[in-house]
Write a protein that binds this ligand. Sequence first.
Ligand SMILES: [Fe+2]
Length: 244
Amino acid sequence: MRVIGGLGELRGLGRPPGSYSNYRDVIETCGPFRDIAITPTLMWRPGRNRVDQLMRVLAGTDPDLAEHGVRTGKLARRLGFEMGMTRAELDRIEASARLHDIGKLLISREILDKPGAPTEPEWVELRRHPRIGFEIVRRRVASKVAQTILTHHERYDGTGYPSGLAGTEIPVEARILQVADAFDAITSVRPYQPAMPVEYAICELTRCAGTQFDPKAVAGIVRLVRHHDRPTARPQPAADAIAV
Ligand SMILES: [Fe+2]
């Protein structure tokens, strides 16, 4: 069994081990992923924001992934606001964006950090992460947040995963998250590519509007960049794909 979190979490709570009586339930929470367990403190710290608690586990295990989540959350919130989403929707979008890749904690480091294209078996493994993230989050945070995490790699043209949803079958919160996720992936340093300029990101997102991305969400981020932000051009060699 792989435990996310750790003894530090348990010690921090200051309770005797016997008080963690619902450990079995924690495992069952993960449904088909029986090898996953989250430290019980995630469920039993009353009054603590559960998104923050999960983010702490993510940051302790994979700081880069957590930072990507925080940046994507801020951007997704701004994009959602630009698209006229309500306050409650914006809160859910930001929470989903912060945690969207938490399922990668269960994917092998070798695959995540591999330079170049994954092999087909590696792709099969990578494609598990939205469903793993869904299972981790669904009973701890609002179910719509978990649904957005589950659908963040669907594509507007129906060729994404895990379910092949298309167009408005994909929750709007996920369609917004997808654009913010791709924008941050392109403009940040990753193991397999350097950070690209904002203008390059806008070109890629526009090129993929209607196929990978909701055109309305792409139009929203173009408005954000054009009207509210000054692109920070950083000279970089060309890349040929949107990172996922
Ligand atoms: Fe992802």
